[in-house]
Design a binder for this molecule. Sequence first.
Ligand code: MD3
Ligand code: FE
Length: 204
Amino acid sequence: SVTLAPGLIYYPDYLDRSAQEALLQALREITREAPLFSPTMPRTGRPFSVRMTNCGRLGWVSDIDGYRYQPTHPETGKPWPDMPERVLKAWEELSGYPHPPDACLVNFYEPTARMGLHQDKDEMEFDAPVVSLSLGDTALFRYGGPERNDPTRSIRLRSGDAIVFGGPARLIYHGIDRLMTGTSDLLPQGGRLNLTLRKVEKPL
Ligand code: MD3
Ligand code: FE
């Protein structure tokens, strides 16, 4: 692993090819139960270019009313599917946090999708890190510091990479500038999947 900044640890090739294929198959089952939806921006209702779904007890959603975590899919009203065992194992290996995650947000990027610079602060437990797993095409990932104006650096996140943001890195600004199309043959149609594992609520 490589420490990129205090609290920011990068694990290149964390998942081997067979683990990536198994996780992709698990995600296909998850999107059958909980289809990808297009979240919209609070107030404006403008859609994100990234489509999303979730697994685990809670899922992140965004609509005209705001951002929040909720126990059901915004379109089907059904509970989110369970997290795959491999995802729970990744949290145990990488998070250093003594409780299981509440939420796993699944982001799907088509070749032109991007995600603007933002902080993740809809959770109530900032003592837990966020663990990210990437599948499919390489993404140009940008991260800065805790203030929007802090200088930024970029790294490429490749299929199978994991990256952990904890401690002083938990509230940094970050985003996805673009995909590098044709860099992976894991997804037959191209694109990228990113899973973020999160502890949302304070443990009892
Ligand atoms: C740094 N996802 O879902 S993963 C997100 O690739 C999100 O889909 C991006 O930003 C993606 O909120 C980036 C890396 C990541 C995830 C969560 C973080 C970096 C983070 C939370 C805090 C700080
Ligand atoms: Fe984020």
